[in-house]
Design a protein around this ligand. Structure first.
Ligand code: F6P
Length: 550
């Protein structure tokens, strides 16, 4: 008996390829015409609803995807991940972001040691910082209360907290009134420079967020921030404890940088950077929305973790979202995926997902280290849907690319009742307009205009071919709880896809070489190019040196 060496050798895989060939030539509108199918393709968990009825998918395809998931051992892999198994083999560790949202009293051990108490201990440290800042007890070197908090981080130590703070800003408690939270990530220093002009050192607190506490982008910004602070108050021993907090898995490196123990909040190497907003990396979120709302976000994510653990595959929302993702990217060969929230508060959700999905699943070797012969993660991007309609939807409707999309919309608009009179009415109408546009776009993408308004003499430029598949995700409303659910849904989707593709979603070796070569380039810019510098780069170095006169 031969053993399958690649996923693509499995009979379940081959079967899906056959089904894909059959469905690819069917107009999407025809596949989706059956009302019974539409009913079967809508799934719900609490306030979260997923509608796959506009996907190029029939009952047979879905059943075959579920069979592939079984064959790939998905149920066991889910249990493994949630119970602390080593699901990140290249770094020899678990991936336990789900432990960060376990309630107190839950049982979970890593290497035999219980982790839930530690998680809650770290959460209490976050709570205590939030309390001291919100109550204006945290004072800077001049004795004045902190008014501006600057999170310095990049990647997972920036995108999650930034995106969540933008999404949930309206939930800021009255204690946070007047407190401004800023985010600085870019290595070039322009963001920091612009921001520093607007800040006063005596009332500014920096959070240096870095899992590794070595990332050069973050350390460069942190060092510049420290210099700026020392210009105002030169005594580092006095200033750092009052103006710098460190969040990292590496206390030794925080200490070496000068951050005293009492200003260090630690987390664990079993939390992946892009999965870390639930840990102390989420401190800026907690500062923005308060601990009650932050805990509600954790509870929302925990709700989805339980659903992921308990639901059978065929009604498990993250499983289904992941299977549909694999179906589109691998079997239908759709290489681009758009995330389109119809809510301005979710503006940065697509950039957050770009890291979550592409850094996790942008891989081309399987868990055995062998090259794979199928497509994995598509290019993912997105924007607030209604804005994107006026920017890149042209390509979705009439370009040459197949693109799959997720449309995300809250059904009720939380908080509208707080607005008075005409503004209230206007905002309600605007919310309805957003929903209407969301529904219209998914419909046009599916059907094009092939039916009602096409005549034989309709010119080509007025024709919409349709046939672009999409999933619609509805939240009853956007609040910290449903927002936590939404993020956890995508985290688990990523894991499901990785299991089907047989890749490790929890490492990111692909970013290491660039970091190393950047150091060589620093040397080269300082006049010490390595002997093996390629001709193209040498030419650019010469051009830069001509411009700078060095
Ligand atoms: O370079 C990629 C990466 O390691 C991401 O995975 C991570 O989120 C980001 O850099 C920041 O890393 P750190 O939190 O260690 O500074």
């Amino acid at each position: 008996m031969s053993t399958a060496t690649s996923r693509s050798d499995l009979p379940e895989w081959k079967r899906l390829e056959e089904i894909a060939r059959r469905l690819t030539v069917e107009p999407l509108g025809r596949i989706a015409a059956d009302p019974e199918r539409a009913r079967r393709m809508l799934f719900r968990a609490g306030p979260l609803c997923l509608d796959f009825s506009k996907q190029r998918l029939d009952a047979e395809a879905l059943k075959s995807l579920l069979l592939l998931a079984e064959k790939a051992g998905l149920p066991g892999k889910i249990r493994d991940m949630l119970s602390g198994g080593v699901v990140n083999p290249t770094e020899g560790r678990p991936a336990l972001h789900t432990a960060l949202r376990l309630p107190l009293g839950a049982e979970l051990r890593v290497d035999g040691a219980p982790v839930v108490d530690e998680v809650h201990e770290s959460l209490s440290r976050v709570a205590s910082v939030v309390e001291r800042i919100h109550s204006r007890q945290w004072r800077g070197f001049s004795g004045r209360a902190i008014q501006d908090v600057v999170n310095i981080g990049v990647g997972g130590s920036d995108l999650g907290p930034f995106m969540a703070s933008q999404a949930l800003g309206e939930f800021a408690p009255s204690e946070a009134e007047g407190l401004r939270i800023h985010f600085v990530s870019s290595i070039d220093g322009t963001q920091l420079a612009d921001l520093l002009h607007t800040l006063r050192p005596e009332t500014t607190l920096f959070i240096i967020s870095s899992k590794s506490f070595t990332t050069i982008d973050t350390m460069a910004n942190a060092n510049t921030a420290l210099q700026w602070m020392l210009n105002a108050a030169p005594d580092a021993d006095m200033v750092i404890p009052l103006h710098f907090i460190g969040v990292s898995t590496r206390p030794d490196r925080m200490t070496a940088w000068g951050i005293p123990d009492c200003n260090q909040i630690r987390f664990w190497d079993w939390v992946g950077g892009r999965f870390s907003l639930w840990s102390a990396i989420g401190l800026p979120i907690a500062l923005k929305i308060g601990m009650t709302h932050f805990r509600s976000m954790l509870a929302g994510a925990h709700f989805v973790d339980n659903h992921f653990r308990q639901q059978p595959l065929e009604s498990n929302l993250p499983v289904l979202l992941g299977l549909v993702g694999v179906w589109n990217a691998t079997f239908l060969d759709i290489r681009a995926h758009a995330v389109l929230p119809y809510d301005g508060r979710l503006k940065y959700f697509p950039s957050y997902l770009a890291q979550l999905e592409m850094e996790s699943n942008g891989k081309s070797v399987d868990t055995g280290g062998q090259p794979i012969d199928y497509h994995t993660c598509p290019v993912l991007w997105g924007e607030v849907g209604s804005n994107a309609q006026h920017a890149f939807y042209q390509l979705l409707h009439q370009g040459t690319q197949m693109v799959s999309s997720d449309f995300i919309a809250p059904v009720r608009r939380y908080g509208l009742t707080h607005h008075d009179g005409e503004a209230h009415k206007g905002l309600q109408q605007q919310h309805q307009l957003a929903l209407a546009n969301c529904l219209a776009q998914t419909r046009v993408l599916m059907l094009g205009n092939s039916t009602a308004d096409i005549r034989p003499d309709t010119p080509g430029f007025k024709r919409y071919r349709g046939n672009q598949p999409s999933t619609t995700i509805l939240l009853d409303e956007l609040n910290p709880h449903t927002f936590g659910m939404l993020i956890a849904l995508y985290e688990h989707k990523v894991f499901v896809m990785s299991v089907l593709w047989d890749i490790n979603p929890f490492d990111q070796w692909g970013v290491e070489l660039g970091k190393k070569i950047a150091m060589d380039m620093v040397e080269a810019l300082q006049g010490r190019p390595a002997a093996d510098t390629d001709a193209s780069t040498q030419q650019l170095l010469a051009e830069i040196s001509r411009i700078t006169g060095d």
